[in-house]
Design a protein around this ligand. Sequence first.
Ligand SMILES: Cc1ncc(COP(=O)(O)O)c(C=O)c1O
Length: 440
Amino acid sequence: MTAHVVPNALDAYWMPFTPNRRFKAHPRFVERAEGMYYFTPDDRRILDATAGLWCVNAGHGHPRIVQAIQAQAAELGYATNFNLGHPKAFEFAGRLAALLPGDLDHVFFTNSGSESVDTALKIALAYQRARGQGTRTRFIGRERGYHGVGFGGISVGGIARNRMSFGSLLPGVDHLPHTHDLARNAFSRGLPEHGAELADALEGLVALHDASNIAAVIVEPVAGSTGVLLPPQGYLQRLRAICDRHDVLLIFDEVITGFGRLGAPFAAELFGVQPDIMTLAKGLTNAAVPMGAVAVRGPIYQTMLDHADAPIELFHGYTYSGHPLACAAGLATLDVYRDEALFARAAAMAGPFEAALHGLGDARHVIDIRNLGLVGAVELAARPDAPGERGQEVFRTAFDRGLLVRVTGDIVALSPALIVESGQIDEAVGLLREVLASVP
Ligand SMILES: Cc1ncc(COP(=O)(O)O)c(C=O)c1O
């Protein structure tokens, strides 16, 4: 019999984005995972309806990815990418460039989504300067946006709690209005009908600051961490047109939407909108090894090379940029996505997912349901005196009943791995219905 060890001293670990006191009073653990399931130390099976944290797109512990990491660890565990190459970093960048839409054909490696965002913002500034537009230093993000936790990311991000304790942040940042409109769009299936005109706020910011001062606009094509806020029909196309009109870069943060989540390889393709820069992480390596990436269009890279005033064109990089284990995991992940046709599978499962999720329309506390591809959200009425508490209780109760969901405030998000079966969708939604009935 295997001895299962549960830590009995929890104090030293300061857990991220977690109510530490509450967790340590009532801890919950997982010990191993396979496919769609986690297993607790006492071998209870937990259906993972969130793909880890929107990241394990090919399911947990995929044998091909495991094998690739093991082999790479034995062959070359680490090499710096400063002035030194190893083949898999170049191979992985090339494979990504071939997969990414349009001419997003140059890739800078980071270790997380947060680093990807800060890298993308730095590239935008450096590019504007390199092309002789050094006054373009302002960024425009969006209310309720989540772009990780670096200073750049929280500056362009729009979640008050993530910003309020951390000083003055980056200067020169404005925010577009968010696109969540329950009055007009509640219970939309797919893209909401109303709100494309919210993109026009960008024209207002250009009028205020003048385009000559604006470097880039950054948005998540679908805002994930803030509770799955979908872009209204035509909204992203309108943002792109305004950016084009004023020669402003458009950055898509596809950390969640990349690698099949929406039923297309990338949101840019689903929406037919080409960003100038794209940030990636999560599904990039199936989350088996931490990694992020920033992809840029050919002319951005070329401008940086042509106008460099020093041999190094971009003074930026990480000890672990292009880490061999991450590259090996990423290459194997791309093989799995291709060989198992997982992006097409996500598209095929989007219909059953939508139908099952909207079946919760009459469940207790539910005030909205929204979905696109294999991402969806069930928004609950907040307790008047304690916003977020109902959501937390739903999360805990669901886990106790064998279901892992992601909760933001009182919004329950579901984003199963792309391997999900329709029976598992039904199981997740059925469990969630029971949980909602039992939580006051
Ligand atoms: C859109 C987006 N950008 C950036 C990040 C940050 O990624 P990480 O947690 O890997 O730093 C996230 C994480 O959820 C994200 O959803």
